[in-house]
Ligand binder design. Structure first.
Ligand code: HEM
Length: 444
């Protein structure tokens, strides 16, 4: 079968070798994303101005400035050291909540998903808006983001052709568009509070310098076209080099930050079904030093990688390739329509390719251990490596949150396995085993 199949003008790539040639070897041509990432333009601000975030920005100076700000000002190891207390608090809150639920409902089903989200979200939200967020604000933000992710997943599904299907789809699209309005309202209030705080007394003495503060301080390259039409010539000249971010851009950036994925639930689900893997892990984490969450992460790497291989939270990576005359399409293995086209790299299918992986649908973390078929495989394909999986993407636009994402999953899974023994819900306890059906979200 050909490596690339054309479906509704989108080219879908399931072949890892083609993905490697495009995303890494020909990165110059595969570093842009499609102008419309989703079915409705989620980065359109007020007065219909495009308000890009890192994900949507075209490859160029604005993208570089936004990405550099995130990686240097927030995700750099020297900055992340200061969030250790927040991480410890999240782990402790999760353990305490699960323990309370398990005690009060002895013998009954404990729904871990809600506890995991309740523990992780405050951490991410405080990284974004500072540690002064109250419980009510956190809950409202969490609801907003969860509803949003589910709505994107539903709206992205191919609509049926019947009248009812079309009406249902239209309703979903309207609902999705309405989220932008709700996000604007909610995020702008919180951004305004940070701005006020900054002008009043500089740093608020909090544990961390939140993402929003870095965005308020950021100056991005500006083209004359970015300036309002009524800016006069001299002013245009002066302001041409750097500008602050607009409120709408900040909303897009915050939304992207708060919506980042995680795979704790999937990892735990597999550990529940496979008690032997769970026991092995527990022994390792206890021997490895149970008071140091960070060290424990190393021994969990194989389990997390296997979980990301089978259930990548972002199941496809999007690019827009401009068909240049010199682009060696034959050599890459993608035939682009005239003028260029949208290319989707199917991350989930690549991770489950039967030609690369033995028993691709089986959860078997040992593959990643010494002597296993994926001994040398990590979360990100290196510039000289063959792609076997790409849960964080590949090439110039790979996920900048990879380190933080892996760390958080490791910390939470380590704590959950160290503190509790997990078993499938029984029918008598109100459950029915473990259901591995993927939810109706774009981010799984
Ligand atoms: C387990 C957790 C996560 C997974 C699996 C994940 C996955 C991904 C994937 C597949 C992409 C697209 C990469 C590509 O196109 O090549 C991406 C992009 C991105 N991710 Fe993540 N992500 C995670 C966590 C995070 C976190 C914690 C952050 C923020 C702190 C983050 C911020 C971003 C941004 C800003 C982009 C766009 C990068 C660009 O276009 O330059 N992600 N992520």
């Amino acid at each position: 079968t050909p490596p690339a199949a054309i479906h509704r003008r989108t080219i879908k790539i399931r072949d890892a070798a083609v993905a490697r040639r495009a995303l890494i070897d020909h990165a110059d041509d595969f570093s842009d994303r499609p102008a419309a990432l989703f079915v409705v333009p989620l980065v359109t601000g007020r007065r219909r101005r495009r308000s890009d975030n890192i994900l949507s920005a075209p490859y160029g100076p604005l993208w570089r400035a936004l990405r550099c700000n995130l990686t240097v000002e927030l995700l750099h190891p020297t900055r992340l050291g200061s969030i250790e207390p927040l991480q410890r608090a999240a782990v402790e809150a999760l353990v305490a909540e699960v323990a309370t639920k398990a005690r009060s409902r002895a013998g009954e089903v404990v729904v871990v998903r809600d506890s995991v989200r309740a523990a992780v979200f405050p951490l991410v939200a405080r990284l974004c808006f500072g540690d002064g967020l109250g419980d009510r604000q956190l809950l409202a933000l969490q609801r907003l983001m969860e509803d949003f992710v589910v709505a994107i997943g539903k709206a992205n599904k191919f609509p049926g052709t019947s009248r009812v299907a079309r009406i249902l789809h239209w309703v979903q699209l309207r609902r999705l568009a309405a989220f932008r309005g709700r996000q604007l309202e909610c995020f702008l209030r919180l951004i305004a509070a940070r701005r006020k705080r900054q002008t009043r007394r500089g740093s608020d003495g909090g544990l961390i310098r939140p993402y929003v503060d870095t965005l308020l301080d950021l100056r991005v390259p500006c083209s004359v076209a970015d300036l309002p039409d009524d800016t006069d010539g001299e002013e245009k000249e002066e302001r041409h080099s750097r500008r602050t971010l607009t409120d709408d851009e900040m909303v897009s950036l915050v939304s992207e930050f708060l919506g980042a994925g995680s795979c704790v639930e999937w990892t735990l689900a597999h550990l529940v079904i496979q008690p032997e893997v769970q026991d092995k892990l527990r022994r390792e984490v206890i021997i490895d030093g149970n008071d140091d969450h960070r060290r424990a992460v190393t021994s969990y790497l194989a389990v997390i990688l296997e979980s990301l291989r089978l259930h990548p939270p972002v199941p496809l990576v999007m690019r827009y390739a401009h068909a240049r005359a010199a682009l060696p399409v034959e050599e890459i293995g993608i035939s682009l329509p005239t003028g260029g086209g949208r290319v989707h790299f199917m991350v989930r299918d690549i991770g489950r390719d039967g030609q690369t992986w033995t028993d691709p649908d089986v959860f078997r973390p040992e593959r990643f251990l010494a002597g296993g078929e994926a001994e040398a495989v990590g979360p990100l394909p290196g510039p000289k490596e063959v792609i076997k999986m790409m849960p964080f993407g590949a090439g110039r636009r790979f996920c900048p949150g990879m380190g933080l994402g892996m760390l958080h999953v490791g910390l939470l899974v380590a704590a959950l396995v160290r503190e509790f023994e997990w078993a499938p819900a029984t029918a008598s306890g109100g459950g029915g085993g473990v259901d591995l059906t993927e939810r109706d979200g774009f981010f799984k």
